[in-house]
Ligand binder design. Structure first.
Ligand code: AMP
Ligand code: MG
Length: 402
């Protein structure tokens, strides 16, 4: 018996803490977690301004169709000094331009007709129409973007509005990636008899990058103590270490032994999941060590479920798990009871509802069905068979469109 799926993930996350901070240029801040409260250095908007291209008027002048004399022009970036809207007059105004003295409403150009130096106002106008008021968005000194916020385009826009060139954010983890195995050759090298290309380092590096981390490729350690000792020791100087393969119960599976020798405290080995059962997790001080099984599908699925949330937590994210969504099975599904199964599935949306079916052969050795999957269905440990039409929980993988 191994650890239950959720217990394993909880144990990992309980032992992960956020990294330190760094200052980055706003252009490099996307996806990062803000580490300081940013208070508004001024009001937004900074002055009453026009929300439309049109005419600055006095609402009291505009009940029913009415001609006003146009006495000035205010473009965006213009100054209202010296301009005043007096009874019976209007100032032509562009979006964003400051509201001149005397004006209490703006009439959109579409609701007017220009005639020489006059303008005919066709619509009824109410006080405050189409004016963006000073401070109505954000007040000076108020919390514009709180610490802990994930910076996306809206937050970056707010910070840029306040001309914050640099921001303090949580660091990205440097994540060492080590593949282990005597059978492995590096990408681009010729695989001889019995050899395979180290593909896991590549997919792990991409997955680390997608999660926001910085991958450090350590190459291949051979299935002997000396080789593992050297590479694992190197990996332990990073913020996190991921190994692939060498954690099953075979003669050559030495990763855990050597990690223990290097002072890594193992928190668990084996989880009741399929694929990915031999996954191990340990800590050297605060540095997490994820020992993932070597089958590419197992490596990717365990990264997704255990490593990705941990890396997100290191980067200061509060929400680290992908949402679990309900989806209806299009076909029956079978599994052995006892372990949670991560079924590779294709999700489609019909009338706004998700439906799923297996993406094909679920054997751990089949990589092709991982490529065809756009989601993982999480089938509970205690269940064995599922009927078509039943609901299961799914996690969408990176799915920009369905
Ligand atoms: P192991 O966990 O060492 O028993 O490896 C399980 C399976 O994963 C074996 O078929 C390995 O050849 C394969 N494998 C191990 N490491 C890698 C790797 N870096 N890239 C691709 N496949 C791998
Ligand atoms: Mg091996």
């Amino acid at each position: 018996m191994g650890l239950a799926f959720e217990e394993a993930r909880t144990l990992i996350l309980e032992n992960i803490t956020a990294l330190g901070v760094e200052r980055v240029h706003l252009l490099n801040a996307a996806g990062r977690v803000l580490a300081e409260d940013v208070a508004a250095p001024w009001d937004l908007p900074r002055w009453d301004n026009s929300a439309m291209d049109g005419y600055a008027v006095r609402a009291a002048d505009c009940h029913g169709p009415h001609a006003l004399r146009v006495t000035g022009y205010l473009p965006a970036g213009g100054r209202a000094d010296g301009l005043e809207v007096t009874a019976g007059t209007a100032v032509k105004i562009m979006t964003g331009a400051p509201i001149p003295v005397g004006c209490d409403a703006v009439v959109p150009v579409e609701e007017t007709e220009a005639a020489g130096d006059e303008v005919l106002i066709k619509a009824a106008v109410a006080t405050g129409d189409h004016i963006r008021f000073h401070g109505e968005d954000v007040r000076v000194g108020s919390l514009a973007v709180p610490a802990g916020t994930v910076l996306g385009p809206p937050e970056i826009n707010m910070l840029a509005t306040f001309s914050q060139v640099f921001v303090t954010v949580i660091r990205r983890p440097r994540v060492a990636i080590l593949s282990t195995g005597d059978e492995l050759v590096e990408l681009g090298d010729t695989a001889g008899a019995g050899q395979i290309v180290n593909s896991n380092s590549l997919s792990l590096a991409i997955a680390v990058q997608e999660a926001g981390g910085e991958p450090l490729l350590l190459g291949i350690a051979r299935d002997n103590v000396a080789s593992l000792r050297e590479k694992l020791a190197q990996g332990l100087t990073a913020d996190a270490l991921i190994t692939s393969a060498g954690v099953s119960a075979g003669d050559c599976d030495l990763v855990r032994d050597v990690l223990a020798e290097l002072g890594v405290q193992q928190l668990f080995w084996k989880i009741d999941i399929k694929p990915g059962r031999p996954t191990a997790f340990g800590l050297k001080g605060k540095t997490p060590v994820f020992s993932l099984p070597g089958n590419p599908v197992s490596t990717m699925v365990t990264f997704e479920n255990f490593v990705r949330p941990a890396l997100l937590k290191m980067m200061g994210r509060r929400h680290v798990l992908r949402p679990l969504l309900r989806a209806t099975l299009r076909e029956p599904a079978q599994k052995k009871p006892g372990r949670v199964h991560f079924m590779r599935v294709t999700v489609t949306v019909e009338d706004g509802r998700l439906s799923v079916a297996s993406s094909g052969d679920q054997n751990t050795g089949i990589l092709q069905t991982m490529l065809r999957a756009n989601a993982i269905a999480i089938l509970p440990a205690d269940r064995a068979s599922f009927e078509a039409g039943e609901e299961v929980m799914v996690q969408l993988l990176d799915t920009p469109a369905l």
